[in-house]
Design a protein around this ligand. Structure first.
Ligand code: TRP
Length: 452
């Protein structure tokens, strides 16, 4: 399917589009609250180890599979190993996961666009300091607000996808990613200059390992993979759009560094401000919507400007990621022969339906009574897609690379048919891909699921 005519035009385009996929709600909404829950810097240390030793290896793995096969995941695996066509199930598992992630992504993005709107119109500024939790609950459980904003967000996504890979995804990423970096930096400067900011930095950079348990380690591993968009086939699809002359190691390194930097910068933008306003860092998923508006309000007039910038930043980060999810599903169906626009439309309608159901499952919402195992539907999907599905998909994908694909094919792909020197290949292949990454994934997954 994808060749250089329909794929990305340059290595820079690849880096920005894939970094756009990686940098998302995971970095700005989820990373700080996971950090808050599992010991601040202790979490950061484990996170960095997972990102570089496992996440980045997976990113390269998916790029190799995508570019070598030039197919979406369902066909990519069997194309590279025609003897065992049942590997296509790993690809299909990824499609299932992407669908679920896109659902909760739409719900949270809907809130974010809603909060952006409310910060623009002054609604947020008018809320008394003790009213933010209530406001969020009322917003999330309203019957129309989350749905309207979610649909607005989805339509923007759809327009980008209909624009195509080069004129839609690549263009939007090239425009939004630099703006996003500037916005995060501006927020960091403001946050760091608040009185009492150093407490937040202490929190983020002084490790407390007592808060780390196996459940936490699994959540952090899940987060590391989720954040790099690996384990679900998205990067296989983007890999299939990578030009032949791009250097996969370099590309993956840039993407990983961007992703980690934005997550850490988001932490630096958020925690000092949270401490300066006398709030708790362990605010959970509501941190961004219940605690931050309060922080912004306590900054006076300029705070409202920051609220607008922050929710704009979050909406943009969410957009480049949800585009990649919608693109994965669209590319999958079009790889099976469906017309691209039609595929995008069908996926959008289906995902919107499930997203609305998930949005209605919040406290006070029409479906909030349905809570199997004490969790509502949104929490179930969030938990599944955040902690469990990415490591499972990642494990299968890396086993495919290390034990099923031909070693020579991998070497050939990573060295661009022998034109690049890749002295690191034996370490990468014999240690990381075949043993370290799969073993680590397996141990953390099993220990996490058994709740050791
Ligand atoms: N990486 C994105 C984030 O951090 C989420 C995301 C986009 C994703 N595409 C994905 C996660 C594919 C897993 C698989 O928010």
């Amino acid at each position: 399917m994808a060749n250089n005519k329909t794929g990305f035009t340059s290595s820079l385009g690849v880096v920005l589009a894939a970094a756009g996929s990686a940098v998302g709600l995971g970095n700005i909404w989820r990373f700080p609250y996971i950090c808050g829950k599992y010991g601040g810097a202790a979490c950061l240390v484990v996170y960095l180890a997972f990102v570089f030793l496992i996440g980045m290896v997976l990113l390269m793995t998916e790029f190799v599979i995508g570019r070598r096969s030039r197919h979406a995941p369902e066909k990519a695996f069997p194309t590279l190993c025609p003897k065992h066509p049942s590997w296509k199930w790993v690809g299909l598992f990824g499609m299932f996961s992407c669908f679920l992630i896109l659902t909760i992504y739409l719900v949270i993005s809907g809130w974010t666009v809603g909060y952006f709107w409310e910060s623009l119109t002054g609604t947020l500024a008018a809320i008394p300091n003790d009213g933010f939790k209530e406001h969020f609950d009322a917003f999330a459980s309203s019957t129309w607000k989350p749905v309207v904003f979610l649909i607005v967000f989805l339509v923007i996504n759809l327009l980008v996808i209909l624009g195509g890979v080069q004129k839609g995804i690549e263009k939007v990423s090239k425009l939004l990613m630099p703006i996003l970096l500037i916005l995060v930096l501006a927020l960091c400067v403001r946050s760091l200059t608040l009185p009492g900011a150093s407490k937040g930095l202490d929190y983020l950079f002084h490790p407390d390992f007592s808060l780390l348990n196996w459940e936490g380690i699994l959540a952090i591993l899940g987060q590391a993979l989720f954040s790099l968009s690996v384990g679900m086939g998205t990067m296989i699809v983007y890999g299939s759009y990578i030009p032949n002359e791009s250097n996969i190691l370099k590309t993956a390194t840039w993407i990983t560094v961007c992703d980690v930097c934005i997550a850490v910068l988001a932490g630096i933008a958020i925690f000092p401000a949270v401490f300066a306003a006398g709030q708790s860092p362990a605010g959970g998923p509501g941190l961004v919507y219940q605690v931050l508006p309060l922080v912004f309000n306590s900054m006076g007039k300029v705070g409202m400007v920051f609220a607008i910038l922050f929710f704009l930043l979050l909406s943009m980060a969410a957009l480049t990621s949800s585009i990649s999810l919608l693109e994965t599903l669209t590319a999958w169906l079009s790889d099976r022969g469906m017309k691209r626009n039609r595929a995008a439309l069908i996926v959008s309608v289906l995902v919107a339906l499930l997203a609305i159901v998930a949005a209605y499952s919040f406290t006070g919402g029409p479906l909030s009574g349905i809570t199997p195992g004490g969790k509502n539907l949104f929490d179930w999907i969030d938990r599944l897609t955040g902690a469990y599905l990415p490591p499972m998909g990642a494990l299968a994908t890396i086993i495919f690379l290390g034990w099923v694909m031909k070693r020579e094919d991998i070497r050939d792909e990573l060295s661009n048919h022998g034109t690049l020197r890749i002295a690191w290949f034996p370490v990468f292949y014999n240690i990381l891909v075949r043993f370290l990454a799969p073993l680590a994934l397996l141990v953390v997954l099993v220990a996490g699921i058994m709740g050791v």
